[in-house]
Ligand binder design. Structure first.
Ligand SMILES: *[C@@H]1O[C@H](CO)[C@@H](O)[C@H](O)[C@H]1NC(C)=O
Ligand SMILES: *[C@@H]1O[C@H](CO)[C@@H](O)[C@H](O)[C@H]1NC(C)=O
Ligand SMILES: *[C@@H]1O[C@H](CO)[C@@H](O)[C@H](O)[C@H]1NC(C)=O
Ligand SMILES: *[C@@H]1O[C@H](CO)[C@@H](O)[C@H](O)[C@H]1NC(C)=O
Ligand SMILES: *[C@@H]1O[C@H](CO)[C@@H](O)[C@H](O)[C@H]1NC(C)=O
Ligand SMILES: *[C@@H]1O[C@H](CO)[C@@H](O)[C@H](O)[C@H]1NC(C)=O
Ligand SMILES: *[C@@H]1O[C@H](CO)[C@@H](O)[C@H](O)[C@H]1NC(C)=O
Ligand SMILES: *[C@@H]1O[C@H](CO)[C@@H](O)[C@H](O)[C@H]1NC(C)=O
Length: 546
């Protein structure tokens, strides 16, 4: 055990101070390694695969608003042709020290947002700053890595008196040439961005208002799978404890905490020419700055380094999207309030993974069934008796069918359904504006079949429970689960992840990963006081597990 991990309770603060002095003055200690529990991409562990690593960028982000890192990418020439690649990763390594807020990072490549991340705060007592490394599987973006283009990393940071943390960032791309065990990855023919195309940004749109982009698909497009990025920010950051407008009067106007309205329900919607094509009930993103438990170090909230995305099948709209004319795709976020308003702001973007027919003749067909309301069904109830309690429920049911006729003559019956549920319960002691607890759960299934075969599936449950200390709003318990079986498209590997994080003062994490190629990874890891107290991993993807 290094002296930096010392956790003897009685001497802890004295020792921390001493170590801090040593660290600062003599670079005595190593930076504290922060991490998000995650599996390794399977092909990374293939010792037979030839690897080509190129540095995409290196940059220290000081004051960087309006000043992203913009670099040119050239595909490597020594790793075979792109259509033989087994996988592609991005490896991000960041060091920081001092004091800083968590910041969002937007990775835009060829005008497509391919990764959204956030920066842990340098909670580094007794260490020489913090460092984190994340290996992101970007194999599904191989079409983008196959050709030269522009890479933008937007990491808006502010450095001023009292907030001095800068982020020293290195980003590398690694191509894995593959082997008999890891054959060439399947991929889409074309990736279409749903971004703002604004210069010098990651392309994310700030909504409200909803963001619309015109897209024109090739006339021989036969499938289109959408992927969405959606992160709450500003006044909507803690949307799970927003109050329905009808119950705002329960709260004293001069309470300890600013009460924010528009309720706690959010759905991200995708519209094609103004018609709902699908929705996502989002996972709550927690940055390491959320809550007042000093326990996001070294284990960050699940998703903080690799913010989950949402997947929909827009193939039922192919007969419209592939008619040779531009179409209007809108991304927005709606609440369960009567006017569906939300607060400022959410950052949204998206992309379409498109496959083409072998024939160059136009695709035709029809939407044969369309059942989707503009907004979710919802109910809200509140009581203001011995204490305040508020419950909001919402549900969504979408059913769209289409016949898609490819130029080559192949007919595909596409059935896209979503059945989603949402509940949120908040309890407040009388006349206190900090809740006693908030419970929220989003769950459901998105399913798409093409001629009866599963093309896309997303079955998820995200229960979230936060208990608060009376009067202070400090968190006393955080209990969050990411339970998701996800198959984003027929050509993208399917994964099942059950991740459970309980933070009470200690941080307890269990992670269970399986995928459609038979890989497994299990990790149980606990931390207390900036140090790992328990760590056990297993499965085929564990470093020593094979
Ligand atoms: C802290 O960060 C600053 C800015 O990145 C860097 O110049 C400095 O060397 C770092 N200090 C330590 C002790 O690592
Ligand atoms: C809620 O209860 C408090 C205290 O009993 C009372 O002063 C207030 O008027 C009530 N508010 C509403 C909207 O019923
Ligand atoms: C796109 O659709 C949105 C939502 O229906 C609408 O508000 C917007 O005006 C449309 N834009 C264009 C260019 O048609
Ligand atoms: C089906 O779509 C084609 C164009 O792709 C159109 O000509 C035809 O009228 C549609 N049929 C029905 C029954 O809507
Ligand atoms: C609303 O959601 C809560 C939390 O999931 C649940 O306990 C309750 O049964 C739901 N109520 C309705 C009417 O669905
Ligand atoms: C955390 O929440 C889950 C339900 O989502 C529950 O089964 C479990 O008992 C809770 N754990 C703790 C420690 O409260
Ligand atoms: C977390 O794990 C520790 C053992 O590492 C255990 O003592 C503690 O009770 C666990 N906490 C919860 C909330 O499960
Ligand atoms: C992990 O998940 C797999 C499949 O979902 C299941 O069979 C297995 O029992 C789980 N393992 C643990 C330790 O929870």
């Amino acid at each position: 055990m290094s002296p930096c991990n010392e956790s003897t309770p009685f001497l802890q603060s004295l020792l921390s101070l001493l170590l801090l002095l040593l660290c600062t003055n003599y670079a005595f200690c190593e930076p504290l390694v922060n991490f998000q529990v995650a599996q390794s991409p399977p092909f990374v562990l293939d010792s037979k695969s030839h690897q080509c690593t190129t540095t995409i960028l290196q940059r220290t982000f000081g004051s960087s608003i309006g000043d992203p890192e913009i670099v040119k990418y050239k595909p490597p020439t020594n790793c075979g042709t792109p259509n033989t690649w087994a996988g592609v990763t991005l490896t991000l390594t960041v060091t920081t020290n001092g004091t800083q807020y968590p910041r969002l990072a937007f990775f835009n490549f060829q005008n497509v947002e391919i990764w959204r991340s956030s920066t842990p705060i340098p909670n580094d007592a007794g260490h020489d700053g913090i460092v984190w490394t994340y290996v992101k599987d970007v194999t599904r973006f191989t079409p983008l890595f196959s050709k030269p283009g522009k890479f933008i990393l937007q990491l808006d940071n502010v450095v001023q008196s009292g907030i001095d943390g800068e982020f020293a960032v290195t980003l590398e791309a690694t191509i894995f040439s593959g082997s008999s065990r890891f054959p060439p990855a399947q991929r889409a023919d074309l990736i279409i961005p749903l971004t703002t195309s604004a210069d010098k940004t990651g392309g994310e749109a700030s909504v409200p208002p909803g963001f619309s982009v015109e897209v024109t698909l090739p006339r021989n497009a036969v499938t289109a799978f959408a992927e969405l990025q959606a992160t709450a920010s500003g006044d909507d950051t803690s949307w799970y404890w927003n109050i329905p407008n009808q119950f705002l009067s329960y709260f004293p106007p001069d309470g300890m905490r600013l009460i924010i309205g528009e309720g706690p329900f959010r759905e991200v919607r995708v519209l094609v020419d103004g018609q709902v094509a699908g929705v996502a009930f989002p996972y709550v993103f927690f940055s390491t700055g959320t809550g007042s438990l000093a326990t996001w170090s070294p284990i960050v909230p699940y998703g903080a380094l690799d913010i989950p995305t949402y997947h929909l099948d827009l193939t039922p709209f192919i007969p419209i999207l592939a008619n040779g004319r531009p179409h209007n795709i809108t991304l927005d976020v709606a609440s369960a309030e009567s006017n569906h308003q939300i607060n400022q702001n959410w950052y949204l973007s998206g992309l379409l993974q498109v496959n083409l027919d072998s024939s160059t003749l136009p695709t035709t067909g029809n939407i044969t069934l369309y059942q989707a309301s503009d907004y979710a069904l919802s109910t809200a109830s509140g009581s203001n008796d011995s204490d305040i309690s508020i419950t909001v429920n919402a549900s969504r049911s979408i059913h769209i069918e289409a016949e898609v006729i490819a130029g080559s003559g192949e007919r595909t019956k596409v059935v896209f359904t979503q059945n989603l549920e949402y509940g949120n319960v908040q309890h407040y002691p009388k006349q206190d504006t900090y809740p006693q607890h908030v419970f929220q759960i989003a769950s459901g299934e998105t399913l798409s079949t093409h001629n009866g075969k599963t093309a896309l599936q997303d079955t998820f449950t995200y229960p979230l429970l936060i208990d608060y200390e009376t009067g202070t709003g400090a968190w006393s318990q955080f209990n969050y689960t990411y339970d998701r079986q996800l198959r984003p498209a027929p050509f993208i590997m399917g994964t099942t992840i059950v991740e459970h994080q309980v933070v009470t003062g200690t941080s307890n994490n269990t992670f269970n990963y399986t995928d459609t190629e038979g890989n497994t990874y299990i990790r149980q890891v606990n931390a207390a006081g900036n140090a790992i107290t328990f760590d056990k991993e297993g499965g085929t993807l564990a470093p020593n597990g094979r």
